[in-house]
Design a protein around this ligand. Structure first.
Ligand code: SF4
Length: 149
């Protein structure tokens, strides 16, 4: 069975913006017996932990990749370049390790798949993909959001 990429925070790595992780027994069950590539695109893109929360503004991850939307922190700092760089590094790692699937953290501006925060920093959600989820999907890697987190 091919390797699977998993958001590093889902595997107990404390790389979330708030310095915490989201380790999940459901995730471990889902990937049992598989070769797992744990990856955090935001850290790979050069962001520190902890860091300010960031959201997609003006569109989703696909729009960011197309240059028509941005990723900004709640301070207004633009971190689009870091998010895109992290996404590219995630794709390179996935290709290198032969991942055909990814199981990623829901709602994240990097890892979210199908639903993300709407850019208002109010907790509201909107349909869309994170930047890394979008780039992986565009390159033939099937992305699923983890459940139970
Ligand atoms: Fe987890 Fe992805 Fe955020 Fe990293 S970028 S902390 S792997 S959700």
């Amino acid at each position: 069975m091919e390797a699977i990429m998993v958001s590093a925070c889902l595997r107990g790595v404390s790389c979330r913006f708030d310095g915490r992780h989201k380790a999940s027994p459901e995730v471990e069950e889902a990937v049992a017996g598989r070769e797992v590539v744990s990856f955090c695109p935001e850290v790979a893109g050069g962001l520190t932990t902890p860091r300010r929360p960031a959201e997609l503004v003006g569109g989703d991850g696909h729009d960011v990749l197309d240059g028509t939307a941005r990723v900004v922190e709640d301070t207004g700092r633009d971190v689009t370049a870091e998010f895109v760089d992290g996404a590219r590094r995630a794709l390179a790692a996935a290709r290198h390790r032969g991942c055909t699937e990814a199981l990623l953290m829901p709602r994240s501006p990097s890892c979210g798949r199908g639903v993300v925060h709407d850019g208002s920093f109010t907790g509201e959600l909107t349909p869309g993909d994170g930047v890394t989820a979008a780039l992986l999907e565009r390159n033939g890697i099937t992305v699923r959001p983890a459940t139970g987190v």
